[in-house]
Ligand binder design. Sequence first.
Ligand SMILES: Cc1ncc(COP(=O)(O)O)c(C=O)c1O
Length: 390
Amino acid sequence: MDTKEIMDLDIKYVMQTYGRQPLVLVKGEGTVVWDAEGKSYIDCVAGIAVNNVGHSNPKIVEAICKQAKNLIHTSNLYYTEEQVTLAKLLADVSPHQKSFFCNSGAEANEGAIKLARKHTGKGEIIAMENSFHGRTITTITATGQKKYQKGFEPLTPGFKHVPYCDVEAVSDTINNQTAAVLVEPIQGEGGVIMPSDDYLKYLKDVCHDKDVLLIFDEVQTGFGRTGEMFASQSFGVTPDITTVAKAIAGGFPMGAVLANEVGETFQPGDHATTFGGSPLACAAAKASINFILEENLLKKSKENGSYFLNKLNIIKNNNKIVKDVRGIGLMIGMELNIECGKLVDEMCERGIIINYAAGNVLRFVPPLVINKKQIDIVTNTLEDVMRKYS
Ligand SMILES: Cc1ncc(COP(=O)(O)O)c(C=O)c1O
C-alpha cells in the first residue's frame, strides 16, 4: 500500500486521536527509518525516546524471536526465569532493589501513586506545573497541564501542583496528608526543561525532612538518555520510587515501578496486570539493557550529546529565531521564537525527522547509537532550513 491508501484507511478505521506527520514508516535500522516510498530519514525522535538501542536492533530481534518460540505469555500467576533475571539486572543498574512490571509509562505512574498511598497511608500527591505523566485519568490529573485534562473531568482527587524548580513551594504545600512528591527530573513533554542547580537534591532533602516519598518519573529520561542509566544518577539524587517505561525494552511495550524498602509494602493482591513482565517483554528488556552496557551507550550518549549540543549552540549564536539550547546526554531541546510545525515539516522533506514539545521547542531524542556524521547532517540541514526564518 502507498502512503495515501494507508492514510485514507487510518481516517476511516482508526480513532483520530493523533496529529500525525503524513509519513508511513515501513523499516528501521539503527538511527535510520524508511517510508513506504523508500525514502530514508535520520531519526531524531526514536519513537519518542524509546528506540535507544536503535531500530530493529539485531540483539533485541534475536532475543524476541528466541523467546517467542519458547513462551510468549504466562500471566503473573506463575514464575518465569525471564522476569526474575530482568528484576535482578534492574537492581544491578538502578538505585533500586525491587521491580513491579507493567506495560507503559502511565501504568508505571499509576502503580507508583498506589504504592506511595499504601505505604504512607496518606492520599495527597504533589506534582509539578508543566509536567507530563500519562493519559489515564489519574495520570492526566498528575500532569500539570490543563490541556490534557480538559473535557475529561472529574479528575482524581488528592493532587496539588506547584511550580517546577521551586523547592520552597513544595515545602509550603506539604501537609500531614502528603504521601509523595512526583517529579520528572527533566521535564520532557513540557519542553525539555532542565532542573535548576541542586533543585533535585533540595527536593530530596525537603521530602526526607518532612517524611514524604520522592518519586522520579524517569519514563523519558531512563536507560541512557541523559548519559547515565538514569537521570537520578546524572544528578546524584536517589528517589524512593522511580517509574520507567519507553526505552526499557528496546521498543517492546513495557513499564516498571522501581523501589527499595518501600516496594515491600505491596502484598499479594495489592496490584496486578495480566501482561506486565511477560517473558517476551522481559527478554527484550534484558537484551536492550545489556546492549546499552556492552556497547558503552552511556559514554556515547554523553559524548555525542555534548557534540550535538555544541553544534546546536553554534546555530543559536548565528540565528535570531533560536532562544535557547539546553539538555544533557541525548535529550536536547532547542527553544525557538516561532512555532516549530513548519520547520519540522521542512526537515522531514529534507530527510530528517524531529518532533517538538510545548509548541516552540524542537526536541532531539535520537537513538543513542547516532554517530557524529549523522549529527552533522542533522545540524547542517537544520541550519540551512532555518536560514529563511532568520
Ligand atoms: C515523563 C513521562 N511520563 C509518562 C509518560 C507516559 O508514558 P506512556 O505513553 O508509555 O503511557 C510519558 C510519555 O511521553 C512521559 O514522557
